[in-house]
Design a protein around this ligand. Structure first.
Ligand SMILES: Cc1cc2nc3c(=O)[nH]c(=O)nc-3n(C[C@H](O)[C@H](O)[C@H](O)COP(=O)(O)O)c2cc1C
Length: 164
């Protein structure tokens, strides 16, 4: 993997998340979990380059993000879509996702990504905020939360970016 400057990326974050999907991973060789996410973004905040991710509290991955200072946002390309579909359907509480999918964990910078990743953002957790329905100006947004499981938004400062 080659380390690159995040400002040299020429790909649309909307396309990356919505079309390719991401794996959000937290933890290290002593224990990690990963899940698929298609809601998220990246950009500038507080004079830093950041990723925003949106995690519902019932996700097993939520526990790992809470416990760890870092997480990764990894893009694996269309050829790994089946693996991402698995990681987005089943919980790490019930399955060893790496074993089931053939994804190979790669431990870098104190956190975890996968050998198959083509683009990786290593993020340092710097802030979180729970979604508050009071702020839903467009009331139809509430349709995403029939069970009241409002996402926790994490802001991760991008401390490294790697490309394969
Ligand atoms: C395409 C796709 C996108 C998803 N995006 C998100 C997301 O942005 N946030 C979220 O909390 N869950 C999202 N999910 C659901 C989780 O990936 C799913 O519940 C997963 O099984 C959680 O695994 P875990 O319990 O091991 O953390 C998405 C699922 C799919 C298939």
């Amino acid at each position: 993997m080659e380390k690159i400057n995040v400002k040299d990326l020429d790909q649309s974050p909307a396309k990356l998340f919505d079309n390719e999907w991401a794996l959000i991973t937290a933890g290290d060789e002593n224990g990690y979990n990963t899940m698929t996410a298609s809601w998220g973004g990246m950009g500038e905040l507080w004079n830093r380059e950041v990723c925003f991710i949106f995690i519902r509290p019932q996700r097993y991955t939520f526990e790992f993000i809470e416990k760890n200072d870092y997480f990764t946002v990894s893009f694996l390309g269309e050829e790994n879509k089946k693996a991402l579909a698995f990681c987005g359907k089943y919980s790490g509480r019930d399955y060893d996702k790496a074993k089931e999918t053939g994804l190979i964990p790669k431990f870098i910078d104190g956190t975890t990504t996968f050998e198959q990743a083509r683009l990786v953002f290593v993020c340092k957790k710097i802030a979180y905020q729970d979604m508050d329905p009071k702020g839903f100006i467009d009331k139809s947004i509430a349709n995403n939360y029939a069970q009241g499981d409002y996402h926790r938004v994490y802001v991760g400062e991008i401390v490294a970016c790697y490309k394969n």
